[in-house]
Design a protein around this ligand. Sequence first.
Ligand code: ADP
Ligand code: ZN
Length: 600
Amino acid sequence: MSRLAQEILHSTFGFDQFRDSQEAIINQLIEGGDVMVLMPTGGGKSLCYQIPAIARNGVGIVISPLIALMQNQVHALQQVGVRAAFLNSSLDYQETQAIERQLFNAELDLLYIAPERLMNPRMLNMMSRLNIALFAIDEAHCVSQWGHDFRPEYHKLTILHERFPDIPRIALTATADQTTRSEIISQLGLEKAQIFVSGFDRPNITYRINQYQNQRDQLLKFLHREHKGDSGIVYCLSRKKVETIADWLSSKGFNALPYHARLPGTVREQNQTRFLNEENIIIVATIAFGMGIDKPDVRFVAHLDLPKSIEAYYQETGRAGRDGLPANAWMSYGLQNVVTLRQMLDSSDAGESQKRIERYKLDTMLGLCEITSCRRQTLLSYFDDKLEKPCGNCDNCLEPVKTWDASIAVQKLISCIYRTGQRFGAGYIIDILLGKENRRIQQLGHHKLTTYGIGGELNANQWRSVLRQLVARGLLDVDIEYGTFRLTEECRPILKGQQQLLLRQDKKPIKSGPTRRKQITFSTQKQEALWHALRKCRREIAEKQNVPPYIIFPDTTLIEMVDHLPQTLEQLSHVSGVGTVKLERYGDAFLEVLNHHEYN
Ligand code: ADP
Ligand code: ZN
């Protein structure tokens, strides 16, 4: 192993050991080879190119799709004393000039740049006159059309290996199924690259998926019980819902801010900055929010609508708990979601084959919602990653799902749909099953049907759940325009009584008592008090520099301080995340807290 790499890990970043494949990846790059890295969020991808860029001669060029992402990384690097900069549209002419001068004077270890900027002929020209350590292509799945973050400008990155054949390249991504993987390799000409695939598991995330009855109520309970004072993201499908939910959460006393593409740029930026810089902001957002947000202490991601695919779900929920501490991925969805998504899909401009892909992806996502076995096993198998045993940290593992034999109920439901001519929506069908006396039923003569009033064993909510599960399993088709149901071929064996059907029994909302552990816990009140004092110290330093607190030290570093109670600079230097430069800059301030706080 390159001693140099070890030394940089230790003294610059303050870490003891490389994780999993980091060491092998770094070696390969230092020796000039190409690499492709598939590693989950929070796995430690950045070090894989940062250390070789520092160790090798010349500047490392990092291609990154988003300004926020670049800024964040550059701030973090500057904190540990690495000479890093970015080139993007947020800089004015003079700032740009200054950075270009630094480049030519070999004063930078790392330069972050957007793909379209790099592909500009003038920039490529400049690159050919520089001493370049490596090219790192971050968020490499953006090159794939199959994936969900396709960016046309990533396509042009092919020319990198044509123009700079001798410079090592590393492509990195957190989301990639087999198809995306092969597309990255062929698009970027990485056929000779050594491929490193880490497990995709995020064991610190607890996955939970609920069907909603009263969604707001569920969300409120979840936040009160498990996430007081935490940072988190709430995803909604529409801009309107984002605004309504953000207002409503604010009225309930949370610091909730909206984020969607139609908000004025300044507001969006302001909300994002507050989310990054403060410690208890809930951002309510459409999926426009998130890529490039590498805030490590997001404690929960809540979905109030169904994501479009498992890939999207995994990436969105993956924004929780990057620091490795316990975090929640929580979702609440209903039949209406499925209908809306299918509607959006069918009315989009995409070609037929693209639509088919997307329909398939949505169905797979629904399948994940409806399964009664371990969610993590299903999730990971989607990424060809195998988990031998159930995880013990998802809702299905924690509170095993009850199933019930729904064969008879389903026969009643299906025949009711059939007898009313497959022309009605959920509400009406259920009214008939429950024998409701409403005018429309009377007018249409449906009170005379044999299925009228035969469904009293379930209430309306339970019938809705049955409907939703039948749609998810492909027994019913929904007419997207009118929300009406049609039977599919799959119904036949059930109608004939040839097949038993076990459905999920929807859980009753839990009524009382804290049922889950708090996210971050200490065993004594004194420890808790010290934790808050250390956070306060961190916040003050961060505010002075106008950077997010976690850039000063992540929570994991503060927790280690609480556990080990270092009393000297030397002892403090052994805490993970405290490198030479940070020790020098902040050591005294934190020791002051550690020495004087009354925790003993
Ligand atoms: P990714 O880009 O893969 O999502 P990051 O590079 O942001 O992940 O790393 C996630 C966190 O893990 C960061 O806080 C980083 O400092 C930390 N980390 C990375 N490598 C190590 C290591 N070898 N030892 C300790 N912490 C590490
Ligand atoms: Zn599980």
